[in-house]
Design a binder for this molecule. Structure first.
Ligand code: GLA
Length: 697
């Protein structure tokens, strides 16, 4: 079955994935009209889909230029203004091209010098449909520019369903990824970031269901935007019609100029439909991210030790070597020196931007520490925050015009820092140069690339197209990462923004992992990780075991529980190991070894969420070939009731499963029906890890 089919009689395109189908067609006026996104349909069936009765939602509408039934009035996916103050697009279909799973359909405006191409890509290994848009100003050199007020990547429409629910994320610093699932009001619901970055407060993905879906059952439509700057997704729920949404980069009010001869490309806004609940849609995202987004999907991520929570800004050669000693003894494979190694950076008030090694802290440079780390069998990583500057720095004193700023406006500092304008070619070139030099002159295997504040006063005086900086900043960050990776193919990158503020498919396309949150409290982390897992795979989710009481929350949690929570992703250690006693160190070493045994299953397996983190029992299960790993958590014991059974997902009733540690044989039919009895200690913060292997029949 071809992935993309063109049905010439109806001027309809059909995209078919293993478990879904997407179709759109041209109407008599050449306007692209949504037909279907949902369960698989044959071409014959797709041709009989009734047109929607009203068009408040669309595949690419804008006020005054709706589809099928005359004007649509939904939130516009495209909002263009011409020099004569005319707006919108009168579509004229030019041609299309099909290349395997790729489809591009080209249009022109009937009057203005504008070409629009709608791009689609499907793969035969999953149900994710990628979509993006390009615009091209086809006028002569002296033609007037076209103003872009909105240029979304895609709009998506659901088939008519009652009782729709919207799932999305809310949060904040140290509280990322809190899932909200609620009925959207009739009207428009806008999810957005106006911060220049993805954000802690929201994340550019949504899921919609008909109000009855569960983790294992029901239809779910989901979309995620591959972009790390400001963004907007508008969900439209008309009173009588199907729900739809449109999304893309930039927030409201950004104006961009499209000059003659220039093209404009949006990021990918991918969608996936699934009929087996939220869990299956999450797994579809995870598989897609591994196969088509991540640069090194087959690698196993190393166990990291990061010194931030141990030493803060107080870093020096001897202290770091002492920590490296202990980290290596515990089994860490990568040692990361965090903030504080450069310039006058003894607190967050100074030095950011001065990327020269601090000679008092590291006499003779970083190479002694790097040598010591390597001697102990670990790779070496370094923290950087290239897009930022402290006003108290040599860089800022030399280049005060390099930061985002506006005339006659204060330069608001957040965490005592300003944002460098990476849209400026000279700033981007400076950043690439020092990063390239740093990597060329040292044996650095890993960068933790941080971004600790949002944009404010985001201006670029003297530019006649100031809105562009919001987009070009991100594009240049991407370009620098891409160039660095090409020039230093061994280097791996962790995306970080004050914790998980830059978690998205765009950054995952050029990095290897995400620092999930600055909150390392194991109980809070269960919730944060549950939200992360809705779209992003466990093999990208970095989780450190830190000290107890936790420095942020003051909560006391046993070491084993802290480990079992961090083992659900890419395990790291982040505590002050110099304060851990012998018993703790011995237990930690055992647990690191335990993680390494289950790591391929956790990082590359299919994830099943077993319940929602709360006070009673919940867990996560990973399935990789015949291996099954379950991590189970009981945060609180109540009323003497020791909940200790979890029902694993996807058990084959005819199969037997052997517990790798106890050797005990479990029957799939019994596990599926009665659950797995867990050996949980008494009391609060009880946890267990179980590794089962499916036996040959
Ligand atoms: C951010 C990161 C932390 C740490 C500090 C350093 O908050 O999320 O992990 O790197 O910056 O200043």
């Amino acid at each position: 079955m071809p992935l993309v089919t063109y049905l010439a009689d109806r001027r309809m395109w059909l995209l078919r994935t293993p478990g879904s189908c997407y179709a759109f067609a041209l109407d008599a006026d050449d306007r692209p009209c949504h037909v279907h996104w949902g369960p698989p349909l044959t071409a014959e069936q797709a041709l009989t889909v009734p047109p929607a009765p009203r068009r408040d939602t669309s595949s690419f509408t804008q006020p005054g230029y709706g589809e099928l039934e005359g004007p649509g009035f939904g939130a516009p996916s495209l909002r263009l203004i011409y020099a004569d103050h005319g707006e919108g697009v009168e579509w004229r279909h030019l041609d299309h091209e099909i290349d395997g799973g790729r489809l591009s359909v080209r249009f022109a405006d009937r009057h203005h010098p504008l070409e629009i191409t709608l791009h689609y890509r499907v793969h035969d290994d999953g149900d994710v449909i990628e979509r993006w848009t390009t615009l091209r100003h086809t006028g002569a050199d002296d033609a007037e520019p076209i103003t872009l007020e909105r240029c979304d990547s895609a709009a998506w429409t659901l088939p008519p369903r009652d009782g729709v629910r919207l799932s999305h994320m809310v949060g904040g610093w140290s509280a990322e990824n809190q899932v909200r699932r609620e009925e959207p009001p009739v009207g428009e619901t806008v999810l957005t970031s106006r911060r220049g970055t993805t954000g802690h407060h929201a994340n550019p993905w949504i899921m919609l269901d008909d109000g009855t879906a569960t983790e294992e059952r029901g239809e779910v439509w989901s979309a995620a935007l591959a972009w790390s700057g400001s963004w907007r997704i508008t969900v439209q729920r008309p009173p009588f019609d199907a729900v739809g949404f449109t999304g893309g980069f930039g927030h409201e009010g950004l104006r961009l100029r499209l000059a003659p001869g220039r093209s404009w490309h949006t990021p990918i806004f991918a969608g996936v439909y699934g009929s087996a609940g939220f869990g299956a849609v999450s797994r579809a995202w995870h598989a897609y991210t591994r196969r088509h987004v991540l640069p090194h999907p087959d690698e196993l991520r190393p166990v990291v030790y990061n010194s931030w929570e141990a030493t803060g800004f107080d870093v020096d050669l001897d202290g770091q070597v002492r920590l490296a000693d202990r980290a290596a003894a515990l089994g860490a494979e990568l040692f990361v020196l965090d903030d504080g190694w450069f310039g006058d950076r003894s607190s967050d008030r100074a030095g950011l931007g001065d990327w020269q090694v601090n000679p008092e802290r590291f006499p003779g440079g970083l190479n002694k520490l790097i040598g010591a780390v390597r001697q102990r069998g670990m790779r070496f990583g370094l923290w950087v925050e290239p897009e930022m500057v402290n006003p108290d720095s040599r860089l800022y004193r030399e280049h005060p015009d390099w930061v985002l700023h506006m005339p006659h406006r204060r330069r608001t500092t957040l965490r005592n820092q300003l944002v460098l304008n990476f849209a400026r070619p000279d700033v981007a070139a400076w950043a690439y140069d020092w990063l390239d030099r740093l990597l060329s002159e040292h044996g650095i295997d890993f960068l933790k690339w941080d971004f600790n504040r949002a944009f404010t006063e985001a201006g670029w005086p003297g530019q006649d197209d100031p809105g562009r900086l919001w987009i070009d900043h991100v594009r240049n960050v991407y370009a620098i990462m891409d160039r660095l990776r090409a020039a230093h193919p061994g280097v791996r990158i962790e995306a970080c923004a004050g914790g998980g503020g830059r978690t998205d498919l765009g950054v995952l396309n050029r990095t290897d992992q995400i620092w999930t949150s600055d909150n390392t409290d194991a109980v809070d982390r269960l919730v944060i990780q549950h939200g992360f897992s809705q779209v992003y795979p466990a093999g990208t989710m970095v989780a450190w075991v830190t000290d107890s009481p936790n420095p942020l929350t003051g909560r006391l949690v046993p070491l084993r529980f802290r480990f079992h929570v961090a083992m659900a992703g890419v395990l790291g250690l982040g505590g002050d190991l110099s304060a851990w006693d012998e018993a703790e160190l011995a237990e930690a070493a055992e647990l690191v070894a335990e993680y390494k045994r289950i790591r391929p299953v956790v990082q590359h397996g299919a994830l099943h969420r077993l319940g929602t983190p709360g006070e009673s029992l919940s867990g996560v299960q990973y399935v990789h070939g015949d291996d099954i790993v379950i991590l189970a958590y009981r945060v609180k014991t109540r009323f003497g009731h020791h909940a200790a059974r979890l029902r694993p997902a996807g058990m084959d009733p005819d199969a037997r499963y052997r517990d790798v540690v106890t050797g005990r044989i479990h029957h799939g039919a019994v596990l599926a029906s009665h659950g797995l009895e867990l050996d949980l200690p008494q009391g609060d913060h009880a946890s267990a890890q179980v590794h089962l292997v499916r036996q040959d029949p």
